[in-house]
Write a protein that binds this ligand. Structure first.
Ligand code: 1DF
Ligand code: MN
Length: 360
């Protein structure tokens, strides 16, 4: 078991941890049984978790629904001091707009109550319904100002649409104004690119999530959203969904595309795509407890850009913090990776704990 809190120079904050209200799980089941989702990616993903009926999937679905002692016990057993918790993928993004708006509010109320019950252990991010961007912006504001949540989570595409479309930018405008990040979390690939991944079993977290979400991140960068909202911060899991590996080539060809006017809708940006990765994006280690890639992401993006995450309960590996504990980096750098970067990005110094003191 990982060492106790008091023996360490840092507290471990895990930043991409999931939950699901029982009501949402029930609604997912009904969507799948009734065929009403009309979304083969969602059916593949949530059909697996809700109808596979194996010990492995059942344990995940049970853990998702717990915001109490079981979760705290798992955190203690795996050396996690604080979870930054979000509604699981695909969140409310598979429902019609009015349903999604009300489910997001209900989810945020439930999560905020858990944060109030365990203020020293839990931080929450808000679910929003991109199906109704103005309502999503209002819900984010309510969640941050009234409920004390510390950002928004959006699970990649919403009914096949991506956030580079300006119709969604109310959400970015609100996040920037509130000074909170948007966590761009994966989900099953959009219908237009699902089939080649699904037919060989690659649509899920194994790879399809990264194809979907890495492309989504590049779409956002290329749309000029960070020129419009220069203080907007987006957090991406899985060490950047492979994008840090591609930056040299993206910069090179982006320059060419813009210079030649190859695409009418690709406009020049104020900076190189890689500059936005280093100035507006944070990446987390969710699901990637693997030294060479953590070291690579830190070297490319900077040590203040990489945050620890576990991806509980989907990748609940109780001994995995040993990988991060044993990285060949200084104590200060480890503290940044595990603790202070997350405090800064999610504004955790603003979070008062139960005894009224201000602690991360
Ligand atoms: C899986 C992984 C599913 C993650 C998720 O949402 C999810 C999985 C349904 O293992 O299939 O959010 N994840 O974040 O790693
Ligand atoms: Mn995740």
């Amino acid at each position: 078991m990982p060492e106790a809190d008091t023996e360490r120079a840092y507290r471990r904050i895990a930043t991409e941890e999931a939950f699901a209200p029982p009501d949402l799980i029930e609604r997912y089941r009904k969507l799948i049984v009734g065929g009403a989702a009309n979304d083969r990616g969602f059916e593949s993903l949530m059909g697996y978790f809700l109808f596979n009926d194996s010990p492995r999937t059942n344990a995940i679905v049970e853990r998702l629904q717990d915001l109490g002692e079981r979760r705290i016990g798992d955190m203690d057993a795996s050396g996690i001091d604080r979870q930054v918790i979000s509604l699981t993928a695909p969140g409310v993004q598979v429902f019609d707009a009015p349903t999604a708006v009300s489910l997001a509010a209900a989810s945020n109320d439930e999560l905020a109550a858990a944060v109030r019950a365990y203020p020293d252990r839990f931080t929450g991010l808000a679910a929003v319904a991109p199906q109704d961007p103005p309502a999503a912006a209002r819900e984010l504001e309510r969640a941050v100002r009234t409920l004390g949540l510390r950002g928004a989570i959006i699970n990649s595409h919403t009914r096949g649409e991506y956030l580079d479309d300006e119709k969604f930018w109310d959400i970015f405008e609100a996040a920037e104004a509130l000074g909170v990040p948007v966590y761009l979390h994966p989900r099953d690939p959009a219908p237009k690119m699902l089939e080649p991944l699904l037919e060989c079993g690659l649509d899920g977290a194994i790879y399809g999530f990264a194809v979907e979400t890495g492309m989504h991140l590049l779409r956002i960068i290329m749309s000029g959203v960070f020129d419009r909202f220069p203080k907007l911060e987006i957090v991406v899991g899985h060490l950047g969904e492979a994008i840090p590996y591609w930056l040299f080539r993206v910069d090179f060809f982006h320059r060419g595309i813009v210079e030649t006017g190859r695409y009418a809708n690709v406009k020049p940006l104020l900076k190189k795509p890689s500059d936005y990765m280093k100035e507006n994006i944070y990446v987390t280690t969710s699901g990637m407890a693997w030294e060479p890639v953590i070291m690579y992401a830190r070297s490319v993006l900077g040590t203040d850009r990489v945050l620890y995450a576990m991806d509980y309960p989907y990748q609940f590996v109780p001994e995995e913090v040993a990988v991060t504990d044993n990285l060949p980096i200084s104590g200060d750098e480890k503290k940044a990776l595990y603790e202070t970067n997350a405090q800064r990005v999610f504004g955790l110094q603003d979070t008062a704990s139960s005894d009224g003191s201000v602690r991360p």
